[in-house]
Each structure stands twice: as C-alpha cells, then as structure tokens.
Design a protein around this ligand. Structure first.
Ligand SMILES: *Cc1c(COP(=O)(O)O)cnc(C)c1O
Length: 249
C-alpha cells in the first residue's frame, strides 16, 4: 500500500491471537468472541487497511462521524462481496437517532426509553429490524451512561426498575434486543474492570430467566486495556481501537 505500513494488519493479528488465548484460557470457543475494530478519530484509509486485512466489524462512537465516514468507506470499497458491519458504540442524543438508523447496522448503547422509542420508530419506518444492546451502568460511576444497574444483585428496587424498562424495549417494533453492553471503569485496576464484567454477565443471566423469549446472546464489553478480563467473563463482542490503530491524538 502506498504510504502505508503493515502495522494495522500486524496489530490485528496480534489482537486476534490475544482474543483466542483469552478465550481458550476461559474454556471458550475463540469464534464466539467477535472483534469490533473501533475506528473513531481514525481516517478512512485506516479503515480500508483493516478491511484489506480481513476485518469486517467496525465501531464508531459519534453518529456524525459515522455518517461522514461510512458512505466514504462504501464508495471506496465499491461493490464488494462482503460489506462491513457498522456498530454504533457510543452515546446517542435522541435527535441524532436518524443518522444512526441511516448508517449503522447494530446499536450497542441503547440507554433510555426516549432513545429506544425514537430508534424503534425510525427503524420501523425504514422497514428494518435493528439489532440493539442495552447499555447498563453496573459500576455505578456517575460519569457513565447506561440504565442504572449498580447493585442489581442485592437491590430489588434497581432490579424492578430495570425489569420494567426492559419489558418495554423488548416489545418495540423495529428493534431486536440481543444482549447487554457496558464500559468498565478506566484505570490500572483490571480487578475492578473484571468485577464490572462479571456483574453484567450476571445481569444478562437474570434477564434471560425473566425474558426467555429474548435472545440474550451478546455481551459487548472490553476495550484495548481490559478485553482479556472481559473475555474471561463472557464477552462476545470486544470493542478495540488503540491496540489496532494506535494512540488517538
Ligand atoms: C473508544 C471506545 C472503545 C475503544 O477504546 P480503545 O481504548 O481505543 O480500545 C470502546 N468502546 C467505546 C464505547 C468507545 O468509545
């Protein structure tokens, strides 16, 4: 590739190897863990390089940035046999929901009723059935988005509130709930992150019992610094940016 370096392809290989090792250590099938390459702030060239190396799932965290880059990637790829799959992984303002439905395939961060209702309406109008994950704040950090879920294991009021919200979202047309998503506390303490991931997994198992007709397959958790801990706790989707594309400026 002109001007290019092989570093993205090499990094991808390394990340895949680390994912496989973490899965095997946990007694899991490595193919049950899907890598979402997070391309926020990185240019279209970097995305195409990852695509050329075989990557197909990509994540962006801002609707406008996705709305700009996704069509450009599509043009550059032309008619290719396998389209990239675009994951919206960040917080969505309700008034940006139209960009999300217009450009993205999967939504990881449904975190409130108003947003769910808006996405449902738009997806339904577009004749789509959009896979979504419910973002849950299991760590209790005030800075985090997500349905309030800290202490769900012991606090029945938290459980009841969450259960009532979920009951509404799973009935909405145009959306297909497929699991949960969380962001762990940032820091050197992987133990803390791991506790967060374990809590999300437990919550997923609880919801699976409460709503057996819903497909609760996915746990979207783990980023560059903590994805191995997330895989140990059952992650099926890991969202990784820096370990593939390098530091963001
Ligand atoms: C940026 C981002 C990631 C990826 O983070 P890295 O540290 O670059 O791996 C994952 N999830 C969300 C929600 C993000 O915004």
């Amino acid at each position: 590739m002109i001007n290019g370096s092989p570093h993205i392809a090499v990094n991808l290989q390394e990340v895949h190897a680390r994912i496989a090792e973490a899965a095997l250590r946990a007694g899991r099938d490595p193919t049950d863990v899907q890598l979402v390459a997070v391309t926020k702030t990185f240019p279209v060239e970097a995305i195409l390089e990852a695509y050329a190396a075989g990557q197909r799932d990509f994540g962006e965290n801002r609707p406008e940035e996705g709305a700009e880059k996704i069509p450009l990637v599509g043009e550059r790829l032309g008619i290719s046999p396998i389209n990239p799959v675009w994951h919206m992984i960040g917080h969505i303002q309700s008034r940006k929901a139209d960009l999300v439905i217009a450009h993205f395939d999967v939504v990881h961060a449904v975190d409130r009723m108003k947003l769910a209702a808006r996405l449902s309406q738009l997806a339904h109008e577009a004749g789509r059935q959009v896979p979504v994950l419910l973002e849950c704040n299991v760590s209790g950090e005030a800075s985090k988005y997500g349905y309030t879920a800290a202490g769900w294991e012991t606090d029945s009021a938290v459980r009841q509130a969450l259960r009532a919200e979920v009951a509404q979202v799973v009935r909405m047309p145009g959306l297909r709930v497929e699991g949960l998503m969380t962001v762990a506390p940032i820091g050197d303490d992987v133990t803390m992150a791991r506790r967060t991931f374990a809590s999300l997994r437990g919550l997923r198992d609880y919801l699976r019992e409460e709503f057996p007709d819903v497909d609760w397959t996915h746990l979207s958790m783990g980023m560059s610094d903590d994805f191995e801990a997330a895989i140990a706790e059952g992650a099926t989707l890991v969202r990784i940016g820096r370990a593939i594309f390098g530091a963001r400026t």
